[in-house]
Design a protein around this ligand. Structure first.
Ligand SMILES: Nc1nc2c(ncn2[C@@H]2O[C@H](COP(=O)(O)OP(=O)(O)OP(=O)(O)O)[C@@H](O)[C@H]2O)c(=O)[nH]1
Ligand SMILES: [Ca+2]
Length: 461
């Protein structure tokens, strides 16, 4: 779909149907500058209440209905005369990928439900689908580089690190050859060729990684008396944390299929020991095999990280909460160790406004992020400073949705524009000089006429 309308604002809507929740993004841009980098801006976001659409597998109708409030907000935000030209896209990520693996029929019903719902609004419905991990990585990279206005310049680009609930993506322009076709993606944007490395690790988002890590700890636990709760002594939770959970609620995921897990009740007890926590997290990364010159983990090829990176989504939420967005790698470790050893009671007292589920998981999540970046992707204390933990660039969120919409609306041209548009600053300077020239010309014409009139008067006298 191509949006053209002179001198008016144009809008687009993308729903990010993530594993943990759905967000609706409304974008806006001036129609006459639609192919200019950095012109599309986020006008509004709305977080859908409740969990992600994949959680409606047993009640698919609920998935479509859950979108109603946010879609009504979109209706109110976008001028009515633009509604019918506003495209709406829904992209579902790792939660729906996992549901499709477990129960394809259920995933199709959920998608049919959101499709049915989205068609009831006055916008131009363009489709609801599960996007691949490669697309998620690549569009996240396009978003951050589009917003940073890197794409039509010969300067370096920004790598993209996205951490969700169920998957995580790493995407960057590497210095070395990409040895695996699955991890290679090519773009031609604004006349430049980009050869990107990208990988999406399904099950390595922070929620699924927590389940994996808990599952591994319990695998080794021998259960003598099946009538008593199984005690899970966990170094990644604060000392004094002690909650009872059902094994079903913790391990209801295809990510830990095949692991010999107990059933029944689990007594989850925190120990607050950061270095033991890190050791336990290292076990979720398999580094025993690699068929390439180098790998990150689980046999996945990864060239050396290179250049600057933007780390967003849960990379940002977690590091921002822990106040670790601008520390050195060593400083990060020390502060995290101190945080993990803080008694649960103190943590709850210090942050009464934060949901206890989020609060209890920051020690694990922070340690997971550090381990993923250092042991998984091979960032070091030297290039740690090259990672910026970011939520937004300008007013727009970093994430895959903007890149997805730019691609589907053909808003990034492959070739540089024939007549390069002047940047705003250049345009203003040009207009000022032009006005000055006109004034000088007018002044000269005025002086000329005055002189000629005087001369004529003198001649008469
Ligand atoms: N602390 C905190 N956690 C959040 C916030 N928003 C989301 N999360 C959690 O961070 C994790 C990742 O969130 P998202 O990046 O939205 O993940 P998602 O898009 O639902 O998941 P994927 O499909 O894997 O991309 C989830 O565990 C969320 O529950 C927030 O504002 N604060
Ligand atoms: Ca996500």
């Amino acid at each position: 779909m191509r949006l053209t309308s002179a001198c008016t604002a144009v809008y687009g809507i993308v729903l990010d149907a993530g594993s943990s929740h759905t967000s609706v993004f409304i974008y806006e841009w001036p129609a006459e500058k639609e192919n200019n980098t950095g012109m599309v801006q986020q006008l509004h976001t709305c977080n859908v209440k409740g969990k992600g659409i994949s959680s409606y597998y047993a009640n698919p109708d609920g998935a479509g209905k859950s979108l109603h409030e946010c879609m009504m907000e979109a209706k109110n935000k976008i001028p009515a005369n633009r509604h019918s030209e506003t495209p709406v896209y829904l992209g579902a990520t790792a939660g729906m990928r996992l549901l499709k693996m477990e129960n394809e029929a259920a995933s199709e019903k959920v998608l049919a439900s959101v499709e049915h719902s989205l068609k009831t609004y006055p916008f131009s419905y363009q489709g609801a689908r599960i996007i691949s991990g490669q697309e998620e990585g690549a569009f996240g990279w396009i978003t951050v580089n589009y917003l940073s206005k890197n794409l039509n310049k010969p300067t370096g680009t920004l790598g993209a690190l996205d951490l969700g609930g169920a998957s995580t993506q790493i995407t960057f322009v590497p210095q070395q050859e990409i040895e695996s076709n699955d991890n290679s993606i090519d773009f031609r944007l604004y006349g430049n060729d980009y050869h990107l490395y990208t990988h999406s690790f399904l099950c390595y988002g922070k929620d699924q990684a927590l389940k994996l890590s808990m599952g591994m700890k319990l695998e080794s636990t021998r259960v003598a008396d099946k009538t008593k709760p199984i005690e899970l002594r966990d170094p990644c939770f604060h000392p004094g944390y002690n909650f009872t959970k059902t094994a079903q609620s913790v391990f209801n995921t295809p990510c830990i299929n095949g692991v010999n897990l107990p059933t029944g009740i689990i007594s989850h007890v925190g120990l607050g020991n950061w270095s033991q926590c890190q050791q336990s997290i290292r076990k979720v990364f398999n580094i025993t095999y690699c068929a390439y010159s180098k790998c990150s983990f689980n046999g996945v090829f990864q060239p050396s990280v290179d250049g600057k990176f933007g780390a967003f989504s849960a990379f940002f939420f977690v590091m921002d909460f822990l106040n670790l967005t601008s520390d050195s790698l060593d400083g990060t470790k020390q502060r995290l160790a101190k945080y993990c050893s803080t008694p649960w009671k103190e943590i709850v007292e210090k942050y009464p406004q934060i949901k206890q589920k989020y609060l209890s998981e920051y020690c694990f999540s922070g340690t997971y992020i550090l381990t993923l970046l250092e042991d998984g992707y091979s960032f070091t204390s030297d290039n740690w400073k090259d990672i910026s933990f970011i939520k937004k660039i300008g007013d727009s969120d970093a994430g895959w949705t903007l890149g997805y919409m730019l691609n589907l609306t053909n808003m990034i041209p492959a070739e540089a524009q024939d007549t390069p548009l002047m940047p705003d600053g250049g345009y203003i300077t040009f207009m000022l000089l032009f006005t000055l020239l006109i004034l000088v010309l007018l002044l000269m014409v005025f002086i000329y006429f005055r002189r000629s009139t005087r001369q004529a008067q003198k001649d008469i006298i």
